[in-house]
Ligand binder design. Structure first.
Ligand SMILES: N[C@@H](CCC(=O)N[C@@H](CS)C(=O)NCC(=O)O)C(=O)O
Length: 202
């Protein structure tokens, strides 16, 4: 498999999941400004939408969408430890959280807070919405270590997205349990290895 990614982007979640399940993969970094890959290709030839992550399977087929890729990768592990068996409550909870992270966090942060041309009024509205979500997550994480029981692909995704708060100078001090969660996830061996590989920590 080949993972097209950009350091610290939402593709980090898929990178973490691949390491967690021990799947062999090549990683190809994409410059999201120029849409050029680290091996010199025009990324729009690979992915007409121009965004990461993109996972190319060994049969040559190419697939996108973080929430879908995470489910696919989690199922590569026969124990399905990162997602739960089909039909289980664990699986419903993990998939529920994947959808929540995709629609209520990822696509609230992005693209609005990343584009410097976003109007201040939009920025304020986005931050207010995120604050509501963070309050809810903080409360949940005061009672449990991860979103859906044991660590799952939903945590890989939530960690990746909420962590953007640090780069965007959104203070997490009002949410100590959420902050502790980010630190807890960052210390998991495969997460730490992914962060090192992407040059995000030393
Ligand atoms: N719908 C896609 C969105 C992926 C996405 O937003 N990727 C961002 C990085 S986190 C990106 O590549 N942006 C650059 C671009 O759109 O050109 C998904 O859920 O995977």
């Amino acid at each position: 498999m080949k993972l097209y990614h950009a350091p610290g982007a939402c593709s980090l979640a898929v990178h973490i999941a691949l390491r967690e399940v021990g799947a062999p993969f090549d990683s190809i970094a994409v410059d999201l400004t120029l849409h050029v890959t680290s091996d010199g290709a025009d990324y729009r030839e690979v992915s007409p939408r121009g965004y990461v992550p993109l996972l190319q399977l060994d049969d040559g087929s190419r697939h996108t969408e973080v929430a879908s890729l995470l489910q696919y990768v989690a199922d590569l592990d026969p124990t399905q430890a990162l997602i739960g068996e089909l039909g289980s409550t664990r699986r419903l909870m993990v998939v529920e959280w994947l959808s929540f992270v995709a629609t209520e966090l990822h696509k609230v942060f992005s693209p609005w807070l990343w584009h410097k041309e976003t109007a201040d009024s939009t920025r304020r509205a986005v931050k207010d919405k995120l604050a509501e979500r963070f309050v809810e997550l903080d409360k949940l994480l005061s009672q449990q270590a991860f979103l859906a029981g044991d660590f799952s692909v939903a945590d890989a995704y939530a960690f990746t997205i909420v962590n953007w708060s640090n780069s965007l100078a959104i203070p997490l001090t009002p949410y100590p349990n959420l902050q502790a969660y980010l630190e807890r996830v960052a210390q998991l061996p495969h997460v730490h290895a992914a962060l090192i590989a992407e040059g995000l920590v030393k």
